[in-house]
Design a protein around this ligand. Structure first.
Ligand SMILES: [Ca+2]
Ligand SMILES: [Ca+2]
Length: 413
């Protein structure tokens, strides 16, 4: 009797112990999942991509008393104490994108004095209490801006090498260039650049003529003229086992010219070039700077980024230009990034989409329809009552453009 009771009690105790063990194991597993596995799963799938015409070229630092040249930006980046650049860094820290293109960041061949100095001395330093951000992977490449030519490209009768006579508008070589910063590794081997592609090699290109029909460019000029005003880039980035092609450009503004509309035509064809690059059919004519034919394959994840200088509505809109991208079935323009600051700064009902303080949607982050879901987006443009308005309150606070960002979920399709 006694041993039977002991045995029953013993069995009950064992069952309770086993039950507690499994219950605790379940709890422990759940805690592990929430604390360790879940953040990695989420991090693996979400990608925040931004574009920012930061306007960091040499004209921005008059207080230094230096003539605009390629020497100015390295000086600014070496100190970490320029208020305008600190504000630009604070904006980036607050948005904290995984990948960001900066337009109008001079081409400084020695990265340690250029883009990497910006990361080290500004982004990795807390600005106004914000968490520092790090971008271990950066990409730069030569550009056409300020690339001297022997031609009179603006036909003002003067051969000035720079300014409007340069291959792309610029007063010194490398002005208005661009840099790409990434938290994820860049597949450097497979980067393609299109700095050298000649405008004449684009089939059915737009023609620039005087009002009486004579060609604007003479034969030597036309044979030498490159299409890209800065450069066009395809930079593949490895995001947790997925390749994402960052397609970057900064087409010339469709202004600062005459009736011939040479810059308007260039802007339209620079955008067409990138639209053609998205498919092997349309992009069959495209060659890269290694003189190899190149275009994207079907079912490729890409994100178009940059100041495209092409409004989609309003008085700066030009019919048929930005639609080459925004109406492509390959491109997802269904979610338009917006801000309260833009909404209140202009009368137009659509000004909540503006990305520049001169009133237009000029800067774009456009993901491929393939492989992504848009989760959130925005334009960093605080409204006047915000504490952050100081970051955009005038031209010298940061830039004449605003940072645009899109958060993407990598979908399997
Ligand atoms: Ca000429
Ligand atoms: Ca000239």
């Amino acid at each position: 009797m006694f041993t039977e009771k002991v045995l029953v009690t013993y069995k009950i105790l064992v069952r309770l112990a086993v039950f507690n063990f499994y219950e605790n194991l379940m709890k422990f597993s759940l805690v592990c999942f929430v604390l360790i596995i879940l953040p990695n799963v989420l991090a693996a799938q979400t990608l925040k991509v931004a574009t920012f015409n930061a306007s960091m070229e040499a004209n921005n630092y008059a207080s230094l008393g230096m003539q605009p040249s390629i020497e100015v930006l390295p000086k600014v980046l070496s100190t970490g104490d320029n208020p305008q650049v600190k504000n630009i860094a604070e904006i980036i820290q607050r948005v904290n994108p995984d990948i960001i293109l900066l337009n109008e960041f001079d081409y400084i061949e020695d990265k340690s004095k250029g883009v990497n100095a910006f990361v080290k001395n500004y982004l990795q330093v807390s600005q106004s209490g914000q968490a520092p951000v790090d971008y271990p992977y950066t990409f730069i490449a030569p550009v056409n801006t300020g690339f001297a030519t022997p031609f009179d490209l603006d036909n003002n009768g003067k051969f000035e090498q720079y300014g409007s006579d340069a291959m792309g508008f610029g007063f010194y070589y490398g002005q208005y260039a661009m840099v790409l910063l990434s938290k994820y590794p860049i597949d450097t081997e497979n980067v393609r650049t299109f700095q050298h592609f000649k405008w004449r090699d684009m089939p059915s290109h737009l023609k620039t003529s005087y009002p009486d029909g004579r060609p604007w460019y003479d034969e030597d000029e036309w044979n030498a003229l490159r299409l890209s005003s800065k450069s066009h880039w395809d930079v593949p980035i490895e995001v947790n086992g997925h390749t994402v092609h960052i397609l970057a450009m900064h087409p010339t503004p469709p202004s600062f010219d005459g009736e011939e509309d040479r810059n308007g035509k260039k802007n339209a064809d620079e955008i067409r070039f990138m639209a053609d690059y998205l498919t092997p059919e349309k992009g069959a004519y495209i060659y890269d700077d290694n003189e190899e034919l190149a275009s994207l394959e079907p079912q490729t994840r890409f994100v178009l980024v940059g100041d495209f200088n092409a409004a989609d509505i309003g008085d700066k809109y030009r019919e048929g230009v930005i639609e080459q991208l925004t109406e492509s079935p390959l491109v997802n323009n269904s979610v338009i990034p917006m801000s309260k600051g833009g909404a209140e700064a202009f009368e137009e009902v659509y000004s909540d989409r503006y990305t520049a303080y001169w009133g237009a949607r000029a800067d774009y982050v456009l993901p491929s329809t393939y492989g992504f879901e848009v989760k959130a987006s925005g334009v960093f443009w605080p409204h006047k009552d915000s504490d952050l308005y100081r970051l955009v309150e005038d031209r010298n606070a940061s830039s004449d453009h605003r940072l645009v960002w899109v958060s993407l979920m990598l979908a399997d399709n």
